[in-house]
Design a protein around this ligand. Structure first.
Ligand code: PMP
Length: 426
């Protein structure tokens, strides 16, 4: 069977524009893990920027898929293969709508944001970057939007330049403008910083990049969970996000690309699924997008489950989720500000649901370990943003990050637990 992206979109429940406040008590019931205890205390899960928890509707996809229609996709002529293919391609349509992409063919499934960025580096970058060219990244980047460019720069010899940050964790836009030149071929920035929560003005940054003829890649790993993303409004050339941060499973993510760019890019990995014909005599021809970039059997159940996770988010309302998390963040910021010796890193006016902090006289690592004993899961360390933390003179912070299912009471209990832990270690 030739490769197809099924033309007719499966019926999607409409994205709710409703701004009604969340019924948090009700939606918490969708997450069985939230009922568990840790060290005899009710779990308070505040490590959502690393991985969000998964609703039962998404968990159910796995048993449903493996007990009813497990089959390899695209090539089969039997019923199970058809059902699996329809469900897999259904997610592609849902992701298209979720990002407001023009066409489902522009949605490529990857293992996550990291693989999506590596795909762009190895396919677009290898073809389009040359010695003397410049790639602009920012001080706020996650290692997965730094290292792929460093690896390629070491081979090709282009230059990486870094957009600096202000003291409050916002990007220095004047410096960005000054760094842009006719040598700039690519700007690669995150939409939201995982370490500080800063929301970057990617639409404005895209317009400036395009004005110089550069392409912009937006790492949306921390934006897709919290805000409505419109790749056309941003005018992003590439946009990436991960399933496990949007209430979906690990092992799956998305790369969106502009059609003309994707069509002009060479394949990245070779194998089954990505070819038209293979021959020893006349060479091999490649499938059209998106399949050209999807070599081998993909994570079928995970992709289907990602579709279910996005459906869950849309049924709750993406804007409503972001608004609620904003309340949680404001509450936590205020309460944390009253703790003696606590310093928040990242105080940008526009922030997503991330509270990063250090405490005088208390190691972040100790805080993380001890607060876990009280049932509170936060993250401590460099958050895969070592250059940023180094710039601020620290090698680790504590980070609490919020999701739709967190409550104001949980924030209060987290702050109480934090105060107890600080009293213990000081
Ligand atoms: N970029 C950002 C901003 C992130 O927060 C993360 C995950 N922490 C990544 C990229 C990498 O995502 P993944 O590990 O899912 O590939």
């Amino acid at each position: 069977m030739p490769h197809t992206v099924i033309e007719s979109a499966p019926s999607l429940s409409p994205t709710s524009p409703a701004q009604a406040p969340l019924d948090v008590a009700r939606l918490r019931q969708d997450f069985p893990i939230l009922a568990r205890e840790v060290h005899g205390k009710p779990l308070i899960y505040l490590d959502n920027a690393a991985t969000s928890q998964t609703p039962q509707q998404v968990i159910d996809v796995f048993s449903d898929y493996y007990s009813r229609y497990n089959a390899n996709i695209h090539r089969g002529l039997h019923t199970l293969a058809d059902e699996a293919t329809a469900a897999f391609e259904g997610t592609r349509h849902r992701v298209r709508a979720f990002l407001n992409a023009e066409d489902a063919r522009q949605i490529i499934f990857t293992r996550g944001t990291t693989e999506a960025i590596n795909l762009v580096a190895q396919s677009w970058g290898r073809k389009n970057l040359a010695p003397g060219d410049e790639v602009l990244i920012s001080m706020l980047e996650h290692h997965s939007n730094i290292v792929p460019w460093q690896l390629l720069a070491a081979e090709i010899g282009f230059t990486i330049k870094v957009i600096p940050v202000e003291a409050n964790g916002t990007l220095d836009l004047a410096a960005y403008r000054a760094l842009l030149s006719e040598r700039t071929k690519l700007v690669a920035v995150n939409h939201v910083s995982n370490a500080f929560g800063t929301v970057n003005p990617v639409q404005e940054m895209a317009a400036l990049a395009h004005h110089q003829g550069a392409v912009i890649l937006v790492d949306g790993a921390q934006a897709a969970p919290h805000q409505v993303v419109d790749v056309q409004a941003i005018d992003a050339d590439f946009y990436a996000f991960s399933g496990h941060k949007v209430y979906g499973p690990t092992g799956v993510g998305v790369l969106y690309g502009k059609q003309a760019l994707l069509e002009a890019m060479p394949p990245w990995q070779g194998g089954g699924e990505m070819i038209n014909t293979v021959s020893f005599d006349v060479g091999t021809t490649f499938a059209a997008i998106p399949h050209k970039f999807e070599a081998g059997t993909p994570a079928i159940a995970e992709v289907i489950a990602l579709g279910r996770a996005l459906e869950w988010m849309e049924s709750v309302g993406v804007s409503a989720i972001g608004a609620w998390e904003g309340q949680l963040l404001a509450h936590a910021t205020q309460a944390a500000g009253r703790i003696d010796g606590l310093r928040i890193l990242g105080t940008a006016p526009d922030k997503a649901a991330v509270l990063s902090f250090i405490v005088d006289g208390a190691h972040s690592q100790d805080i993380g370990l001890l607060i876990d004993q009280l049932g509170v899961a936060i993250r401590t360390g460099h958050h895969c943003a070592q250059p940023l933390l180094h710039h601020f003179g620290v090698d680790a912070t504590c980070r609490a990050s919020f999701a739709a299912y967190n409550t104001l009471e949980e924030v209060d209990r987290f702050i109480e637990a934090l105060q107890r832990v600080i009293n213990m270690v000081r």
